[in-house]
Structure formats: structure tokens, C-alpha cells
Write a protein that binds this ligand. Structure first.
Ligand code: ARG
Length: 585
């Protein structure tokens, strides 16, 4: 099924062609949601944009379009307003038919992409032996939601974790490992070296103060690159330790990812530099191999090169990204590659995309997108830190959210004099806590920084996960209260729309596909959050104005169906944000 908006666009285009000829086949009818519901549901503004070209007043053009426009199966007769807007109001019978049709469809009538694509989402991507910080949390949450939406659209999505598991820091780490856990380099069993972040700090300290240690570290890098057995063993051990810590977070957040770290591309790096040299783009600068591009300058205004090989022969983050890009295009056959990182890396992505384009490595049908996001701030508006000024460990952050959600539910149970099992309470706490963290992040326009506030994100009021989860629970409550089986509402089930609140809710329910299509393009999950927030709001207004269980047939069944469809829409929408619903809370 095509969305209402698409059907109307198509019909408007047909009318344009009928009125002005085939030159207008690709003219955008400029169909937008009506600015004021008084005037209808949509308005087409194309007449205004054609006035100059056709040499006629827009109202006349609008009239000529409307004469050829046949939307009688969807809309009331179109009206021309103001300087030449074409106002369209959806017919109630059309809305009813649409709702009745999507009711039973597991995709709620939302079609898959006509051309499914291989798409890669590169997200999360923490660094081995370093802390997985709130920036990685944002990347994980946003990247997962984007991947879910693209998957739902029917694309073949490869979720890649571009883990930072290679680089000169391993020389230092392995040298330190030799000092403090010599047995680690030979024993077969992985042993627990405890807090890796601390370990990293100590290794760094040794490195900074001891030139002999520095020299050993450099040699260790050489040994690692040459594949020396004991060094490789130590490297694997460090990676495995980090991986276990990352997994705790991924399990808590329910995230699926395929690890393909930087080390994977290591064998391809020399070739990248070679190929780049062959394009003539490569220049030598102070012994390093670089590409200089117009428009990239540092703070002093001097040209800022993309360095692909350092003077000591070592490769860079950018070299790895260029190699990964080639691999993803040639081997993975990706047509769209999406990178989710903090906006601090925007320059890096712009620069290496540009280099790859200049080198002619990007076929015309491949799209590269950097999806940047802003910072997470503390309630004081500064960088998010613990009270003692340390960086917040993700594990602690998520536990805290769960604990607070648990305190909330225990308080509510006490107030209501309800008793529930421990299992129930723990499950609600986990779902609410994790959802709250995810939703707080996703509901912001990702390019802005946001203030991390447990109180706000766990509130039952406002644009929060608990508010949305509660709307869903409320609907399940109606079915329990009335002993209603939503899957079995009888054969004469029909949605019939009479009251304004019903119509408003109905129209909103039918807009999910438009929203999903937008997010598929612009990769802004906050649009979906807004949609769901408004849906809950419109549902609550409907529920306040239209009695459900107490009304007479056929309104009663119709309203139950609207409730059920709202619940299904919430459940589907939330699942695309990586959020599970609760039947009770
Ligand atoms: N490991 C990097 C970091 O922690 C993120 C990697 C993003 N992906 C990429 N292909 N560069 O900042």
C-alpha cells in the first residue's frame, strides 16, 4: 500500500501533466501537511512556484490543476485558498477504510523499500583497553535504532562494530603486561587482569616516565606487526578482556553487532597508500605521506592534510578508514555506509570521504553518510561526570537508571497498596530504566548536546519513555478491565469515525509510514520519537473524550479497535527505537 501522501503526490503529478504537458512529469507538487487543520489535512503549493514559468497568477494555475485533479476516492472536493494553495481534506470513509485495512497487517500497512539495498551501519565502536564512554553509548543507541529502522524498511543491514583494536598503544600495554603479568604471555587460559581502564592508566604512566620502557614498547609494536606469537597472544588477551566488558553493556541494551575491528584491515593498509600514490593525490610532508585538500585548514588557517602514513612508516585512523571503505564497497557490496560518531569527528569523515571521492573510489550508486551527534552534559551544563569528577562508567550509569526505576515502581506500588512479585518488579525496573536512557538520547535532535537527567528521563510526564510505555499499558488495562480479547473482536468489526478526537487520532495513526520513510532518509530517530509522543497524547485526548467500554455498539467495537491499533503502533514504533513494551507496570 502506498502512503496517503504518496498517492496524493502521484495524482497531483498526473494533474500537472494533464494540465501543462509532459514537461511537468518531474515537477514536485510541493505537498505538505496543512498548516492549520481548519483548512484540511494537506496542502499543495506547486501553483505558487509555477507562476513565473507559466506566466499566470498562481490562483489561476491552481484552478487548472484542480480541474484535472481526481482525488474523489481520497479527499473531499479540493479547495483553492489564499494566493493559490490547493487544500485537501481526507474523507472520513477513506480514513476508515485505511484503518480497517492496516489493522490486521503485522507491518501496519507499511510497505518495504521498493529497492532494498545493502547498507552498513558502523556504530558503537569503542576502543580496546580504554573506557567505553557516554559518547560510545550515544553511538550505540542511535546506531542501533537507525539499523532497526533500515532493517524494517527491508534493507540488508550489516551492523559493524569498528572496534579500536590496533595501534601503537598496544606496544605500551603489552610491555606493561610483560612486567606485571609475565605469565599472561604464555599461559593458554585467559586470566583476569581486572580493571582495564586502570591498567591502561598505569601502563601510560610507566611509558611516560621511563625511556627504556618506551623503547621496549616500540619493539613490541614491531613484534605485533610481525605477528610474534607471544605478543599476539597478549594482544588477543587484552582484546578478549575488553570484549567481555563491552558485552555486558550490549546485553543490557539488547544490541546486536558484528565485530570487525581496525585490526581486520591491517593487511590492506600498505595497498591503500600504494593505490593513493597511483592517483597522484599523495604528497610528502615532513616525511609523512599526506593528501592535501582545498577547504581543510587547521586553527591557524594552514592547510590540514589527511595523513595516511606517518614518517615512522606507521598507519593512521584515516588509513584504516580508507581501507575499510574499499572493503565495504568491494567485498560487502554496500550501497550506503552510515557512520555514527560524535560530531568531534565530522572533519575526519568529511576529509576521508573527500579523499576517497577524489581518488575515484566511490561509485555513483554508493552513498557515504556521517551521522554526527552532540555531547552528553551533566545537569550543571558541563561535560557529564561523576560527583567526584571522574568519567561515568556505562555500567554504573545503566545500573543507576534501573535502580531509580525500581525505587519509582516500589513507591507507586506502596501508594496504590498493590503487591507484585519480585520478578515483576525487577523486570519493570529493567525495562523502564533502560528505555528511559535510550529514549532520552533518541528523542533529542541528535546534533544537539543534551543534559543527562535521571529525574527527567524517568518522569511519567513529558516526552519520556515511561510516558509512552504507560500509554501502552493503559490500553492493555482497558482490555483486562473489559475482558476484551483484541485479537478477536468479532466479524463485524469496523472502525467508524465520528468525534473530532477519533478523527485526529485516526489521521495520526496513518502517518507512521511517512515518518519512517523520513527517518530512512535523514536518519533522525527523534522524528519517530516525536511521532510516538504525539500519538500517546492524541490517544489520551481520545480516551478522555470518547468512552470506550461504556459506549454502545457499533462505537464500542470501533473504539476498541482504535485502542488496539494505537497499542500496535506504539509497540512497533518503540521496537524501532530498541524499546520493549510492558503489559503492566
Ligand atoms: N573507535 C572510534 C572512537 O572511539 C570510533 C570509530 C568509528 N568508526 C569509524 N569507521 N571510524 O572514537
Amino acid at each position: 500500500m502506498n502512503s496517503t501522501q504518496e498517492q496524493l503526490k502521484l495524482k497531483l503529478t498526473q494533474a500537472l501533466v494533464a494540465a501543462f504537458g509532459t514537461d511537468y512529469t518531474n515537477t514536485d507538487p510541493i505537498l505538505v501537511s496543512a498548516s492549520n487543520p481548519k483548512f484540511g489535512d494537506y496542502q499543495a503549493n506547486v501553483a505558487l512556484s509555477l507562476s513565473k514559468k507559466l506566466g499566470k497568477p498562481p490562483r489561476i494555475i491552481a484552478g487548472e490543476i484542480v480541474n484535472k485533479l481526481d482525488v474523489s476516492d481520497i479527499c473531499e472536493p479540493p479547495e483553492i485558498a489564499g494566493p493559490g494553495f490547493i487544500n485537501l481534506k481526507l474523507q472520513t470513509s477513506y480514513l476508515e477504510a485505511q484503518l480497517n485495512a492496516i489493522q490486521l497487517d503485522s507491518r501496519l500497512g507499511i510497505p518495504k523499500a521498493t529497492i532494498p539495498q545493502k547498507q552498513i551501519v558502523d556504530f558503537s565502536s569503542p576502543n580496546i583497553a580504554k573506557e567505553m564512554h557516554v559518547g560510545h553509548l550515544r553511538s550505540t543507541i542511535i546506531g542501533d535504532s537507525i539499523a532497526r529502522i533500515l532493517e524494517f524498511c527491508g534493507h540488508d543491514v550489516l551492523r559493524l562494530n569498528h572496534v579500536g583494536d590496533w595501534g601503537t598503544q598496544f606496544g605500551m600495554l603489552i610491555t606493561y603486561l610483560r612486567e606485571v603479568y609475565p605469565e599472561a604471555l604464555t599461559t593458554a587460559n585467559a586470566l583476569n587482569i581486572g580493571d582495564l581502564v586502570n591498567f591502561y592508566r598505569q601502563a601510560k604512566q610507566r611509558f611516560d616516565e621511563d625511556p627504556v620502557f618506551q623503547e621496549s614498547s616500540r619493539q613490541e609494536v614491531v613484534r605485533l606487526q610481525a605477528g610474534a606469537e607471544d605478543t599476539l597472544h597478549a594482544w588477543k588477551l587484552l582484546c578478549e578482556q575488553s570484549r567481555q566488558e563491552f558485552k555486558i553493556i550490549y546485553d543490557l541494551l539488547n544490541i546486536q553487532l558484528i565485530e570487525r575491528g581496525e585490526s581486520f584491515y591491517n593487511p590492506l593498509l600498505s595497498k591503500v597508500v600504494e593505490n593513493l600514490a597511483a592517483t597522484g593525490l599523495l604528497e610528502s610532508s615532513q616525511g609523512a605521506k599526506c593528501v592535501f585538500l582545498d577547504g581543510f585548514t587547521n586553527r591557524e588557517g594552514n592547510p590540514l592534510p589527511l595523513i595516511v602514513q606517518k614518517s615512522d612508516g606507521g598507519y593512521n585512523y584515516a588509513t584504516t578508514d580508507l581501507a575499510a571503505l574499499g572493503y565495504r564497497i568491494q567485498e560487502d557490496k554496500a550501497k550506503r555506509i552510515v557512520y555514527v560518531t560524535d560530531e568531534g569527528q565530522s572533519n575526519h569523515f568529511a576529509q576521508f570521504f573527500q579523499v576517497a571521492k577524489k581518488a575515484n573510489w566511490i561509485p555513483d550508486d554508493v552513498e557515504l553518510v556521517h551521522v554526527p551527534f552532540g555531547l552528553v552534559l551533566g545537569e550543571d551544563g558541563k561535560k557529564f561526570k561523576t560527583r567526584s569528577g571522574d568519567t561515568v562508567r556505562l555500567r554504573d550509569l545503566l545500573d543507576e537508571a534501573i535502580n531509580r526505576a525500581r525505587a519509582d515502581i516500589e513507591k507507586r506500588l506502596q501508594e496504590d497498596g498493590r503487591t507484585e512479585t519480585e520478578e515483576f518488579i525487577q523486570n519493570v525496573a529493567e525495562v523502564v530504566g533502560i528505555s528511559a536512557v535510550k529514549y532520552a538520547d533518541l528523542s533529542q535532535n541528535r546534533t544537539s548536546s543534551y543534559v543527562f537527567s535521571y529525574d527527567k528521563m524517568l518522569s511519567l510526564k513529558g516526552n519520556t519513555a515511561p510516558y509512552l510505555l504507560y500509554a501502552y499499558v493503559r490500553i492493555q488495562g482497558i482490555s483486562r478491565q473489559g475482558n476484551i480479547d483484541f485479537t478477536n473482536l468479532g466479524i463485524n468489526r469496523q472502525i467508524l469515525l465520528k468525534e473530532d478526537a477519533e478523527l485526529t487520532l485516526a489521521k495520526h495513526l496513518l502517518q507512521l509510514d511517512e515518518v519512517i520513510k523520513e527517518v530512512e532518509q535523514d536518519l533522525l530517530p527523534n522524528r519517530l520519537c516525536d511521532y510516538l509522543y504525539q500519538l500517546s497524547d492524541k490517544f489520551n485526548k481520545f480516551y478522555e473524550n470518547c468512552p470506550v467500554l461504556k459506549s454502545e455498539e457499533p462505537a464500542r467495537t470501533s473504539r476498541l479497535m482504535l485502542c488496539d491499533l494505537t497499542a500496535k503502533t506504539l509497540k512497533l514504533g518503540l521496537s524501532l527505537l530498541g524499546i520493549k513494551v510492558l503489559e503492566r507496570m
